[in-house]
Design a protein around this ligand. Structure first.
Ligand SMILES: [Zn+2]
Length: 262
């Protein structure tokens, strides 16, 4: 594998989204190519800076991708180790400055994100992630042959085991799954369908998120928040250490029917 082939794969490499064969090819390249290894380290440093040091204002994934796009392209002039690092970290420092200054991410992500409106941020994120999935060319990384194929597929791709008690039925067949992000953390994504509608279920670690506490509705043994935003129904709940976000353009009533199956 050559540099120009390896560079665009670095993000997916870090997220464990490559096929095992592809993953090994990238790793082999990084072991023998110092420049790509630096690029990979800078990528990881930015992610760590944003996700660990600034947990109170997680940056949207789209913003991180945009910052990553500003990094040195392969084939540009050579730099010393340190100048490479300085350049790579500059966008992260700029981002930190924006966040510390309390500037709303409204203009950047065109979503409303204010700490005071925190529970609403979960709804917004769920709708955005669902839309991102619908717009993706290959939304499913594993096509469903049933939950017994989809669930084991996540092993090694996530740092938690997604617990999903509904394997799909004639009304809501399971179409497949993917690894995604929910705010600052990895998520298991399960995609169901209902007639021509797509339904996304995001499962992720629940800790440290502004879960709604008011106006909850009892659904199948858990207290859930049912909201409508931008024409989408969103149901949020947590169970143990895991958080769940169910999103669709189905009406709330039908989505509650599905949520009760979990
Ligand atoms: Zn290289």
């Amino acid at each position: 594998m050559e540099c120009q082939e390896a560079r665009p794969l670095l993000l997916d490499y870090q997220r464990g989204q490559l096929t095992p064969a592809r993953h090994d090819e990238v790793r082999a390249h990084l072991e023998r190519c110092a420049r790509c290894a630096r690029e990979e380290a800078a990528e990881r440093a930015l992610t760590n800076l944003v996700e660990r040091n600034l947990p109170q204002y997680p940056a949207p994934l789209a913003l991180k991708r945009r910052l990553a796009a500003h990094w040195p392209a392969p084939g540009v002039a050579r730099h010393s180790w340190w100048s490479g690092w300085r350049r790579a970290l500059a966008p992260a420092v700029a981002l930190a400055a924006v966040l510390v200054a309390g500037v709303s991410l409204l203009d950047i992500e065109r979503v409303i994100w204010r700490p005071s409106d925190a529970p609403g941020a979960l709804v917004t994120e769920a709708v955005n992630d669902h839309l991102r999935l619908l717009q993706s060319e290959h939304p499913l990384e594993i096509e469903s042959g049933g939950i017994h194929q989809v669930k084991p597929w996540f092993a090694g791709r996530l740092d938690f085991a997604p617990i999903v008690g509904f394997e799909g039925d004639a009304d809501f067949p399971l179409r497949g799954g993917a690894v995604g992000y929910f705010l600052d953390r990895k998520a298991a994504v399960f995609v169901y369908s209902r007639r021509l509608h797509s339904v996304s279920l995001f499962v992720f670690r629940a800790d440290g998120l502004p879960w709604p506490t008011r106006g909850l509705q009892r659904i199948g043994g858990v207290d859930a928040s049912v909201k409508v935003a931008r024409g989408f129904s969103v149901i949020l709940w947590r169970s143990g250490e895991l958080g769940y976000a169910l999103v669709s353009d189905l009406g709330s009533r039908e989505l509650v029917e599905l949520a009760s199956k979990f």
